[in-house]
Design a protein around this ligand. Structure first.
Ligand SMILES: *Cc1c(COP(=O)(O)O)cnc(C)c1O
Length: 299
């Protein structure tokens, strides 16, 4: 079993350090970053369905796309190494650039890196190109970030835990994790409010997608003003927040989880009396790419 087994959720819950929350606010943090040292966070959840697909088919290798700091590629390289399956990672950028710590790990795990220039990268959703790559490498081609129907599957299980809270908060990139969670909540007939904090400045794209795709029975909100000007920007304020939470024993990273906690802090006065679940979606390996932030341990 190369993927960590489904956990007993309770073992990964921790109260949000008191400094953050107003006294009448009750927040549990789900530390998905602690599931496994290599294969953790929401990328572990999203890979479950893809791994099932791999096992059910006649594939010889795994192939996917991502940026040079990608948590998805990092998790996929771990999965492939444990399963002893070749992994081909198509990375946005140029081979001449110095390797990021993320890509160094992937290489050390035995993954093959191939670099895509701007125009090749633009084709990553092109189905005919994906089919050609699949045939060429006898590969299961997984979209960037582990998105797609198989990616949703493992995320539905989060609803079992989330249904016990008034609200569940999580950071949003592609929105796959939130959509899977929402499908799980709908299946349970849950009244839990889903609050997504968008990490991407996307001009309303995610909101439009959710208006189409979110199950009608689920109440949701998308916070669209917490991206801090762009995906990988780390402002002085965000850096200070991360350092404050490091000292409190809750490691965060700049792209997703720190923005999530910042958005929650800003709204905590409005949330009095509510019981919240905050999903720590992992990604701490990516901290190494930022000056001033070392690798955080998930202890
Ligand atoms: C990928 C990632 C997300 C975004 O997940 P989506 O399913 O794409 O919305 C959130 N947090 C972390 C730490 C991630 O690595």
């Amino acid at each position: 079993m190369p993927l960590p087994a489904p956990p007993v959720w309770q073992a990964f819950l921790q109260p949000l350090p008191a400094a953050a929350a107003s006294p009448s606010l009750y927040v549990d943090v789900l530390r998905l970053d602690r599931v496994d040292p290599g294969l953790s966070g929401n990328k572990w959840l999203k890979l479950q369905g893809w791994w099932q697909q791999f096992q059910d088919g006649h594939y010889q290798s795994l192939l996917s796309f991502g940026g040079a700091h990608s948590n998805h590629l990092h998790a996929l390289a771990h999965l492939a190494a444990r399963a002893q399956v070749p992994a081909r990672l198509l990375v946005r950028g140029y081979a001449s650039a110095p390797l990021t710590p993320t890509l160094q790990d992937c290489l050390a795990l035995g993954a093959q890196l191939e670099f895509l220039d701007r125009s090749q990268w633009a084709r990553r959703y092109d189905l005919s190109w994906q089919q050609m790559l699949a045939a060429q490498h006898q590969a299961l081609v997984i979209p960037e970030g582990g998105a797609g129907e198989p990616g949703l599957q493992g995320c539905r299980a989060l609803a079992e835990l989330a249904a016990g809270y008034d609200q569940v908060w999580l950071a949003v990139g592609s929105g796959t994790t939130a959509l899977g969670l929402a499908q799980g909540l709908a299946a349970l007939d849950s009244r839990t409010l889903l609050v997504g904090v968008n990490a991407v400045a996307d001009q309303g794209e995610r909101r439009r997608q959710w208006q189409q795709q979110m199950p009608a029975a689920v109440s949701w909100q998308l916070i669209d003003d917490a991206h801090g000007g762009g995906f990988a920007r780390c402002s002085v304020q965000l850096l200070a927040l991360i350092q404050r939470y490091d000292a409190l024993g809750l490691p965060l990273e700049p792209v997703y989880t720190a923005k999530l906690v910042q958005a929650l802090e800003q709204r905590s006065a409005l949330l009095a009396g509510q019981r919240l679940l905050l999903v720590h979606s992992g990604g701490l390996q990516g901290r190494r790419g930022y000056p001033g932030l070392g690798r955080a341990t998930s202890a």
